[in-house]
Design a protein around this ligand. Sequence first.
Ligand SMILES: CC(C)(COP(=O)(O)OP(=O)(O)OC[C@H]1O[C@@H](n2cnc3c(N)ncnc32)[C@H](O)[C@@H]1OP(=O)(O)O)[C@@H](O)C(=O)NCCC(=O)NCCS
Length: 168
Amino acid sequence: MIGVSEKPLRQPVIIHPVSVQATLPLRHSVLRPHASLDECLFPEDKSPDASVDARHWAAVLPAAPETVIGCLSAYRQTCPVALPVGKTRTHWRLRGMAVLPPFQGKGIGKRLLEKALADVSNSSPDTLVWCNARESALGFYRQAGFSIHGARFEIPAIGPHFLMWSAG
Ligand SMILES: CC(C)(COP(=O)(O)OP(=O)(O)OC[C@H]1O[C@@H](n2cnc3c(N)ncnc32)[C@H](O)[C@@H]1OP(=O)(O)O)[C@@H](O)C(=O)NCCC(=O)NCCS
């Protein structure tokens, strides 16, 4: 990773469930700086079923528990394409994966992802997890065992993406 400090963190990181509102400042600064805070709410966050079908996690440091330095959300949402496995599985979509730049490359994203995968597979044992991954983050998801499906596609104002998936 270019421009990212890979020095280990000297303090423990806590990963815990949060409301979607707690993730918005980080979604905004890392993922959608061109958008308003309101536009960092995904359609899934506004769905009437969001209280049962959406989950959000934050990474914080014990010394500053109000400051979210990493976040990730998961939504029970069917993958839009047919994958080699998955018809009978419960589909979860990952979105809003972000780590504050000074804390990138220190294992926080990996811990958030592990927490989300463990949580969704606890609630539905046969899961298929998918996401639209930014091209710049492919290595992160690959390292976690995700595979690419299909061709690169562009999300306007954000950039090139690939659909990636993992069935555990
Ligand atoms: C992508 C992102 C979430 C990764 O989180 P992170 O905390 O920096 O990553 P980690 O330190 O936990 O890395 C875990 C592993 O993935 C690798 N990795 C992380 N980011 C990578 C990248 N962009 N490309 C290649 N490999 C990467 C690390 O080297 C590490 O490998 P290791 O376990 O073999 O040492 C974070 O860098 C980020 O917020 N980037 C900007 C926003 C973004 O692209 N979000 C994803 C949207 S789909």
